[in-house]
Design a protein around this ligand. Structure first.
Ligand SMILES: CC(C)(COP(=O)(O)OP(=O)(O)OC[C@H]1O[C@@H](n2cnc3c(N)ncnc32)[C@H](O)[C@@H]1OP(=O)(O)O)[C@@H](O)C(=O)NCCC(=O)NCCS
Length: 170
């Protein structure tokens, strides 16, 4: 793990660089929409980025992670969606993505969130405690890729929905 990595909230001046990193990270992604950078821009414009963090290495931004509100059964109950997380291809496999995820999850817990959901590779995300739970339903992807991490013992049931923009850009 790289100890000179610093995680912090995004600043206005970072926006262009964040967009470039997201676009580069998803360029060759087999299941990506290649619009993930636009999704983040639009969520920001709609004030729907609940948490937007950058990873700096020696003062240079090399990674980014976004969290936004999700509803379960049509209600917001302090659950958030992790999406997307991106690391500059030149800096992947150095623990930066994991640091962003761990930091983001700890920020959500500090804010007394009830849980986090994501669509992703179980092999990667299970190390952070994510798992598939049948009570939380997300349409459009095979069950095993829809992963959840409750922060409390009370786990809601129902259909999970991200911000509408995910339908356009997700
Ligand atoms: C996914 C991503 C953020 C991980 O960042 P990173 O800094 O390379 O990750 P880390 O170095 O912390 O962790 C690397 C580990 O994750 C694993 N990993 C990374 N992507 C993976 C994937 N798609 N499926 C399974 N495992 C994956 C690596 O094999 C490695 O495992 P190891 O620790 O057992 O060797 C980065 O690869 C990326 O930006 N990918 C393109 C965008 C993307 O797929 N985002 C996630 C979907 S929202």
């Amino acid at each position: 793990m790289n100890s000179s990595i610093h995680i912090r909230p995004e600043h206005k001046e970072d926006i262009k660089h964040i967009s470039q990193i997201i676009e580069a990270a998803f360029k060759d992604h087999p299941h990506g929409s290649h619009k993930e950078h636009l999704l983040v821009d639009e969520l920001r414009a709609d004030k729907a980025l609940s948490l937007s963090l950058v990873a700096e290495l020696d003062g240079e931004i090399v990674g980014h992670i976004a969290f936004s509100k999700v509803t379960i059964g049509g209600e917001f109950d302090s659950w958030y969606g992790l999406a997307p997380v991106s690391v500059d291809p030149d800096f992947q496999q150095q623990g930066i993505g994991s640091r962003l995820i761990e930091y983001g999850l700890s920020e959500l817990r500090k804010r007394e969130a009830n849980g986090c959901v994501l669509v992703g590779e179980p092999g990667f995300y299970k190390r952070f405690g994510f798992e598939h739970l049948d009570d939380l339903i997300y349409e459009g992807v095979p069950d095993k890729y829809f992963l959840v991490l409750p922060f409390t013992k009370k786990i809601p049931k129902g259909r999970v929905r991200y911000h509408n923009l995910f339908e356009t850009y997700g």
